[in-house]
Design a protein around this ligand. Structure first.
Ligand SMILES: NC(=O)c1ccc[n+]([C@@H]2O[C@H](COP(=O)([O-])OP(=O)(O)OC[C@H]3O[C@@H](n4cnc5c(N)ncnc54)[C@H](OP(=O)(O)O)[C@@H]3O)[C@@H](O)[C@H]2O)c1
Length: 291
């Protein structure tokens, strides 16, 4: 994004020139939008589910020379592609095939990545919606969604916190969803998993802050990925993954508690979530089920 500066502003001293001081408008504090140069650099990053969609786009967005990135995924080919894309941008990248429900393997990986270079950003992103647990009778799918989307997040965050505590700094990002504002009849297990990580993230944030660790909850609307590829209904404001990654990067760099986008969908979901139960149920009754 281009910088906008008062022409009288001195980037060295932050002071305005004499000419500027004669102009009342210029006496106002200098306005300056942040440029990519201002974004704090995360130099040791781990992203679960970095092989596809939002995780891959975020990894590519963060990749640059001097940055070390650890990516996980389940599919070796997809992971290799993502690793190559980040290496092409000059980052030092390692890919690991790993299931986030395997707490032991994930803890070992996080420990090893932190020993290689202290982690300053860990993103618990891996998730599924497959079928979205669209029926309360769909036991297998419901358990799978809960295991991956909740337990997988916990398996990522707890060892990351252990590592970051020893350094007294770091930032954790947890990918929830705008569907995590309220249990959605269109995707019961999926929305429940996203509500749960939202609640957990918000609950642990104050304790982490005491140890110098920041936590950003991430609530995307519809973003192009393998998850949305499976949806056969119109998705308002469907966003490209690289654009979503830019927004997430900016929010993480700004240390935001909540990164929500796109705003019209955020507004709509907030209004929807505030509706009385019977009205909410009636409105959602005819909405298409998530894929
Ligand atoms: N796309 C959206 O509209 C949207 C909106 C809100 C929130 N989200 C959330 O964003 C996150 C990323 O999803 P996405 O949309 O980018 O979908 P995606 O393209 O399907 O990517 C999901 C990623 O998670 C990985 N993954 C899934 N299950 C895993 C497991 N058990 N162990 C390890 N890795 C696993 C996948 O690995 P493989 O490639 O190896 O399968 C892949 O890298 C999810 O938490 C999702 O709920 C997405």
């Amino acid at each position: 994004m281009a910088a906008f500066q008062s022409p009288h502003y001195s980037p060295q001293t932050g002071a305005s020139s004499d000419a500027a001081q004669r102009c009342p408008i210029a006496q106002a504090p200098a306005l300056r939008y942040k440029t990519s140069m201002d974004i704090p650099t995360f130099s040791s990053i781990l992203i679960t589910g970095g092989s596809s969609g939002i995780g891959r786009a975020l990894a590519t967005e963060l990749a640059k020379p001097g940055v070390r990135i650890t990516l996980t995924g389940r599919d070796q080919n997809r992971l290799n592609d993502a690793v190559q894309a980040c290496r092409a941008k000059g980052a030092d990248v390692k890919g690991h095939v790993l299931d986030v429900t395997d707490s032991h393997a994930l803890a070992q990986l996080i420990d090893a990545a932190d020993k290689a270079r202290p982690l300053d950003l860990v993103i618990a992103n891996a998730g599924i919606s497959g079928g979205a647990g669209s029926d309360a009778k769909d036991a297998d799918q419901t358990h799978r969604i809960i295991d991956i989307n909740i337990t997988g997040v916990i398996n990522t965050v707890l060892p990351a916190v252990d590592a970051m505590r020893t350094h007294g700094r770091g930032r954790i990002g947890i990918v929830s969803s705008l569907a995590g504002f309220r249990g959605m009849p269109t995707a019961p297990a999926y929305s429940a998993s996203k509500v749960a990580v939202k609640a957990w993230g918000d609950a642990i944030r104050p304790g982490l802050a005491k140890d110098g660790i920041g936590l950003s909850m991430i609530y995307p609307g519809f973003v192009e990925s393998r998850i949305t590829d499976a949806n056969d209904f119109p998705m308002p404001m469907l966003m490209k993954a690289p654009r979503a990654a830019e927004i997430i990067h900016r929010g993480l760099a700004d240390g935001k508690r909540a990164i929500t986008f796109p705003w019209p969908m955020v507004l709509m979901m907030r209004l929807l979530s505030a509706l009385p139960g019977p009205l909410f149920d009636a409105l959602l009754a005819r909405a298409p089920k998530k894929g």
